[in-house]
Design a binder for this molecule. Structure first.
Ligand SMILES: [Zn+2]
Length: 404
């Protein structure tokens, strides 16, 4: 924190005015003055600077209620651009976005599993540079690059500590990326990235304490506390997939038995399906695998094995979510992830179970939502790491000042 002085107060006012404009579609100077309880002349002075810098544009006039029409101000989302990168097990998604994380261009490329992390990062760098060149974007308008991957990540140092899915450990992503770019580089867990997008455009808008639970190949979570991602001490808060929910349950790759992930993700469908299918000789699942899509398609046709698997998965997930709610007291739980393709077959059980939490019984309701954001939210959230940093209050010494 910096010592309070005139310059800092000016920066803070500037930042508050800017944040207010950004959080509204469009707003007049008088409205800003009312919202912030700041003198109209100060607001006028600051907004002139912001308009001159190109961060804010004048955009039409407000409906008149008599007297002079007020000019409306809008955040110039095209003032600069950012990149969001999602590192998946077998492919990379690179997206160029504007400052509202709207995707301007997106490229996906696949890679061989044995590819060295440093070689893969070289390809990512090349892809980003190629997009900048092809879109003819001025390099100085690039404000940052945000990346997302599975695994345990040290956000502060920009290191993937361990990702079993990628087979990577102690990869210093930031260091390698910084050799190619001069802008800030960020990396976080992909569930945290998605949660950022959820807060920006989804059900997380306006919420300061909420939980995102992802269901897919595994189970993950991201926790927002006081409007920020709560990363925990090592950066790994949210490993709820390894919360033990069943004594002597299915063995997990983490070394425990009965982890939530082994009883409420695709791993459960595979494991439980394999062990119980002999009881259902007519099930179409004898001839397919046990992915969410495959089991959902069998459930659609009324297959009892598939329907039973989802019922069990839903209840197990509900127990995990209930435990999370009791521990964290979030205002809402938002479900995300590829497992949602089958939500119609399990979500009711999950919400029923989780609704039985301590707080709901005391009349303090917890909201449950199923994310409506699509696949793009992963890379948009990745980019938002860079965008939010760039736009954040100027109380962090190292943060770039709006008009400097
Ligand atoms: Zn585990």
């Amino acid at each position: 924190m910096r010592i309070g002085n005139k310059a800092l107060i000016k920066e803070l006012n500037q930042s508050h005015v800017f944040t207010t404009i950004r959080s509204h579609q469009s707003i007049s100077r008088t409205q800003i003055s009312k919202v912030l309880n700041l003198g109209l002349s100060t607001v006028t002075y600051i907004t002139e600077e912001l308009v001159e810098a190109g961060l804010v544009v004048e955009n039409g006039t407000a409906h008149s209620t008599g007297g002079r029409k007020a000019t409306l101000l809008t955040f110039n989302e095209d003032y600069g651009y950012a990149f969001g990168v999602k590192i998946e097990e077998d492919q990379i998604i690179v997206a160029c976005t504007n400052l509202n994380a709207k995707i301007l261009r997106k490229e996906t490329f696949t890679y061989e599993k044995e590819t060295e992390p440093s070689k893969l990062l070289e390809r990512i760098i090349l892809q980003i540079k190629q997009i900048i060149q092809e879109m003819n974007l001025p390099e100085k308008k690039l404000i940052g690059i945000g990346m997302a991957s599975s695994g345990l990540i040290n956000q502060k140092q920009g290191i993937i500590i361990r990702s079993t899915l990628l087979g990577w450990s102690n990869e210093n992503i930031r260091e390698q990326m910084c050799e190619a770019f001069t802008v800030p580089i960020f990396i976080d867990n992909n569930v945290n990235a998605y949660a950022k997008a959820e807060r920006q455009f989804g059900y997380g808008q306006g919420l300061s304490d909420f939980l995102c639970i992802s269901i897919g190949a595994g189970v993950g979570a991201s926790l927002f506390t006081n409007g920020e991602v709560n990363a925990g001490h090592h950066g790994g808060a949210g490993e709820v997939g390894h919360m033990v929910i069943k004594q002597n349950g299915y063995p997990c790759h983490c070394g425990q038995k009965g982890c939530l992930e082994m009883h409420a993700s695709e791993r459960f469908l595979e494991e439980e399906g394999r062990q119980t299918k002999h009881l259902y000789p007519d099930s179409p699942l004898h001839h397919t695998g046990f992915t969410f899509e495959q089991v959902a398609s069998a459930a659609q046709s009324g297959d009892a094995l598939a329907i039973g698997l989802f019922e069990e998965l839903g209840k197990n997930l509900g127990i995990g979510v209930l435990n999370c709610i009791n521990l964290l007291n979030p205002s809402a739980v938002i479900f995300i992830g590829e497992g949602l393709v089958a939500q119609e077959f399990f979500m009711t059980y999950t919400i029923d179970k989780a609704s039985d939490n301590f707080f709901s019984k005391a009349g303090c309701e917890v909201g449950f939502q199923v994310s409506k954001l699509g696949e793009d939210a992963w890379v948009q959230g990745a980019a938002l790491q860079a965008i939010d940093y760039w736009l954040e209050h100027p109380i962090n010494e190292e943060s770039r000042l709006l008009l400097s």
